[in-house]
Design a protein around this ligand. Structure first.
Ligand SMILES: N[C@@H](CCC(=O)N[C@@H](CS)C(=O)NCC(=O)O)C(=O)O
Length: 223
């Protein structure tokens, strides 16, 4: 099958996994482009197409250049047969899916980056900043728990009856948190979210993109 386009990123990036999951579900082939962090994204050729210099980025087979993983994932979904399932069939469904995507990106991803960056050595560890980030993530986890709980009807997916881009985005947004800081003690307060996260990551098309979920047992702080 011919490639729908080329995705530029580094291995193990959950934002790129989100896009690959959507491509898998959409029956579209996406090729991984050659990319070295700190080199490719600083080159003039790259910056002329993707001025922010961050990944993932995407060039479609017909020459459309896109940055921002959410926009890329939505574009891939738009071009596949499961467009309505992934993005919503009505204005209300699309708004609900968008609502959860924005919550995941603006709150979960943003605060999980506060925890990830010092662990990659890019910034000094700050316990106060991390405690605030965890508190902010827990605020969202409580909302998700409530929405997914048996008391609320035991929803399997967050925005609709079947897997949507909202579920894949939430899974992406929780990946670093569950791996690094939202440890067993924290997760114990949000059992419906943990089950949901596992369910989304075990879904056909998603599991091939994300691999096995990883959970930190006890949060440790970087030295
Ligand atoms: N909102 C963007 C965030 C992209 C982003 O922050 N990418 C990071 C890696 S995960 C990056 O490329 N950083 C390189 C840099 O800051 O120069 C998206 O979802 O695509």
């Amino acid at each position: 099958m011919s490639s729908f386009g080329t995705l530029y990123s580094y291995p193990g990036n959950p934002r790129a996994a989100k896009i690959h999951a959507v491509a898998n579900l959409s029956g579209l082939t996406i090729t991984d482009g050659a990319f070295t962090m700190g080199e490719t994204n600083r080159s003039e050729a790259f910056l002329s197409k993707f001025p922010l210099g961050k990944v993932p980025t995407f060039t479609s087979a017909d020459g459309l250049n896109l940055f921002e993983s959410g926009a890329i994932a939505a574009y891939v979904a738009e071009n596949g047969p499961r467009r309505e399932q992934l993005l919503g069939a009505t204005p209300a469904e699309r708004a609900a899916i968008r609502q959860w995507i924005d919550l995941a990106e603006n709150e979960l991803t943003t605060h999980s980056m506060t925890c990830l960056i010092p662990r990659l050595g890019y910034r000094k560890f700050d316990e106060g900043a991390e405690a605030f980030a965890i508190q902010c993530m827990e605020r969202v986890l409580a909302v998700l728990e409530n929405h997914l709980s048996a008391a609320a009807g035991g929803r399997k997916f967050i925005a609709s009856e079947s897997l949507s881009l909202a579920d894949i985005t939430i899974a992406q947004s929780l990946t670093w948190g569950f791996k690094l800081v939202l440890d067993a003690e924290v997760r114990g307060k949000y059992p419906a979210v943990v089950e949901y996260f596992k369910r989304v990551l075990a879904s056909e098309g998603v599991k091939e993109a994300f691999g096995e979920p990883e959970f930190v047992e006890k949060r440790t702080v970087p030295q």
